[in-house]
Design a binder for this molecule. Structure first.
Ligand SMILES: *Cc1c(COP(=O)(O)O)cnc(C)c1O
Length: 219
């Protein structure tokens, strides 16, 4: 799988983590990529993720990257390494309660809306800043805040995508400085997919989420 080796090399130059997005792909296909040394995999649906976990090796770090509905939170287990898609106060509160019940400090990223498309979910930047400034964030003691995530506009030209990724990086720096200065774990910027990961790396991504380049196009 030469493309995987290439990606892992490029990413290690940037000190970034490759998340191989395996949604719709079979356990066998995932196993083949695992056998090449890949350990971080991303899924966008809770059900599909939970079905795959027992079929595959226990040292895989599973990332939930798709929109998470509050009524699905009850199914989440500590076998999930990171939730990238926390996009509302309601979801934060539901996760906090679930973490309390499960005695689990749930690792999360704030998904922030950087694309122009209305269809993309995520906090509006001002909305998130409002929440952080008006609440005592330490009350969310069952959330383990790790950073931010964003999805660029799908078919934007490169320079436009660069502006979006740069905006996410700026928001990250601002939030980190104001609210997570003393939290070394708050360090992740998850951005970039198959078509725009190079720009994301240049703009400071610490994690890129790549599906079709690794697994081939989804049908
Ligand atoms: C599917 C998906 C990806 C990967 O997309 P590719 O274009 O196949 O690389 C990345 N992030 C999210 C949130 C996704 O849903």
């Amino acid at each position: 799988m030469p493309i995987l080796i290439h990606l892992q090399k490029v990413l290690s130059l940037y000190g970034a983590t490759l998340i191989a997005v395996s949604k719709t792909k079979s356990a066998e296909a995932i196993r083949a990529v695992y056998d090449e040394g890949q350990r971080d995999f991303g899924e966008n649906r809770v059900q599909e993720l939970l079905e795959k976990i027992p079929l595959l090796p226990g040292d895989i770090r599973w990332h939930l990257i798709g929109h998470l509905q509050t009524n699905k939170v009850k199914y989440l287990t500590p076998s999930i390494a990171l939730i990238h898609s926390v996009d509302s106060l309601k979801l934060m509160e539901t996760l906090q309660e679930h973490g309390q019940r499960k005695n689990w400090k749930i690792p999360i990223l704030f998904q922030i809306k950087i694309a122009q498309e209305d269809t993309k979910s995520g906090f509006e930047i001002d909305e998130l800043l409002d929440i952080l400034s008006s609440r005592d964030i330490t009350l969310f003691n069952h959330l383990d805040f790790r950073g931010v995530m964003g999805i660029g506009t799908l078919d934007a030209v490169a320079e436009f995508t660069r502006i979006e990724f740069n905006r996410l990086k700026e928001v990250f720096i601002r939030i980190k400085a104001n609210y997570f200065q003393n939290n070394p774990a708050f360090k992740e910027i998850s951005m970039g997919m198959s078509h725009d990961y190079e720009i994301a790396l240049e703009e400071g991504a610490t994690m890129v989420r790549i599906g079709s380049l690794v697994f081939g196009e989804r049908v």
